[in-house]
Write a protein that binds this ligand. Structure first.
Ligand code: FE
Length: 389
């Protein structure tokens, strides 16, 4: 895989596009098309719409009456088509139980880690997640974190599902607590440059919170990420507001995630920088944390993404949809991602309903409403292998 440096996170992923020439074109018509295209209003719904998939990309989108002819046609029967879902914040590579994964992850073989991740990727794809981010962070040694990134690359290498790897500066490991400055130096001077050189991740995420990294440490780690040509993201204010949102805004990071605790100045910094606020309702519910200030973020004009569940979480249906499509793509630096528009990857879902509002209400059961998932133009069967066409 040879790519140019990818400070915005898009080049590495783009390199994984299939290269064989497109031979057939599929037109799906008689559909309600939710484009999530920013040039259209709200979620960009087109009633009586159609789309044309050509090879791995969307070639055309518009009104049914104007649709081009395709080699194959599919009548959607008035049902809804949306972009494929994007989960922009996961910790999907580990062994054992996630909450106590350091020991088991260090002890696991590459094959075990890869098999575990592949299983989780398949589960996500079956639920319509055509792009998924995966963070490291359960080894916390230089060699171990590099190994996790290589396992992510191997697990995703043969797949059409987009996998976006992130290096997570998660915690200071227990055996290094007494020498934490040396550990931070090692991250900045060895691990991050190696990750940048080998293009093993597109961004560095720093967990800046009580019990994790301090604001000064986060600033040093972000500076190293910048030098390595990697984009910046942050676990921010999950338990205590240390000012990390202000820092990420100042440095024009891609996203600030969690935000249960955030000041007005932090919100203003994210708005000014165009940094995406990533909401994690699943973590809030599990840990009984307060809900992030969705109203204030909305009023400040901060784009919000949602990782994990499609729950409302004080957000409107349109915001929830943009949160798992266009805004999630932005949090990963995937320009044009999460939309149905000309030239974007043909990652789309055909739903067994016609109303976008039906889907977020099916807490955990939305998968049953999925009729078909197309990933890079390939229609997946129930067992997730491409269907013969
Ligand atoms: Fe997290």
């Amino acid at each position: 895989m040879s790519t140019a440096p990818a400070p915005d996170g898009s080049a590495i992923v783009a390199a994984k596009r299939r290269t064989e020439p497109s031979v057939s074109e599929l037109v799906i018509h008689n559909a309600r098309v939710m484009t999530c295209d920013p040039s259209r209003h709200g979620v960009g719904l087109i009633d009586h719409g159609a789309i044309a998939l050509s090879g791995t990309v969307i070639r055309w989108v518009g009104h049914d009456a104007d649709r081009p002819r395709g080699d194959r046609e599919l009548d959607a029967g008035g049902r809804l088509i949306t972009p494929g879902l994007i989960d922009c914040h996961t910790h999907a590579i580990f062994a054992g139980e996630r909450a106590t994964s350091l020991g088991p992850t260090r002890a696991a073989s590459d094959a075990e880690l890869i098999a575990g991740l592949r299983g989780r990727l398949d589960t996500a794809l079956a639920a319509g997640t055509t792009t998924i981010e995966v963070k490291t962070g359960y080894d916390l040694t230089v060699e171990g974190e590099l190994r996790l990134l290589r396992c992510i690359a191997t697990a995703s290498d043969t797949r059409t599902q987009r996998v976006v790897p992130t290096l997570l500066a998660h915690l200071v490991p227990p055996e290094r607590v007494a020498v934490r400055d040396a550990f931070v130096d090692e991250l900045c001077e060895r691990l991050i440059p190696l990750v940048g050189e080998a293009r093993l991740a597109t961004s560095v995420d720093v967990y800046c919170d009580e019990g994790a990294f301090t604001l000064a440490e986060a600033r040093a780690i972000f500076a190293a990420a910048r030098r390595a040509g990697l984009a910046l993201r942050g676990h921010t204010g999950q338990f205590r507001d240390l000012g990390a949102a202000e820092l990420i805004g100042e440095l024009r990071g891609l996203s600030a995630d969690h935000l249960e605790q955030i000041s007005d100045a932090g919100i203003a910094a994210l708005a000014a920088a165009g940094t995406v606020a990533v909401m994690l309702p699943g973590a809030c519910v599990q840990l009984r944390l307060p809900v992030p200030p969705v109203d204030l973020l909305r009023r400040a004009g901060v784009a919000m993404a949602i990782a994990s569940d499609l729950t409302h979480f004080g957000m409107t249906v349109d915001e929830a949809w943009l949160g798992v499509t266009r805004h999630a793509a932005r949090a990963l630096g995937l320009s044009g991602g999460g939309t149905i528009s000309r030239g974007t990857r043909a990652d789309v879902i055909l739903w067994d309903c016609d109303d976008p509002a039906h889907i977020p209400y099916r807490y955990g059961a939305a998968t049953r409403l999925i009729d078909a998932v197309f990933v890079a133009g390939e229609r997946l069967s129930a067992t997730l292998s491409p269907l013969a066409s």
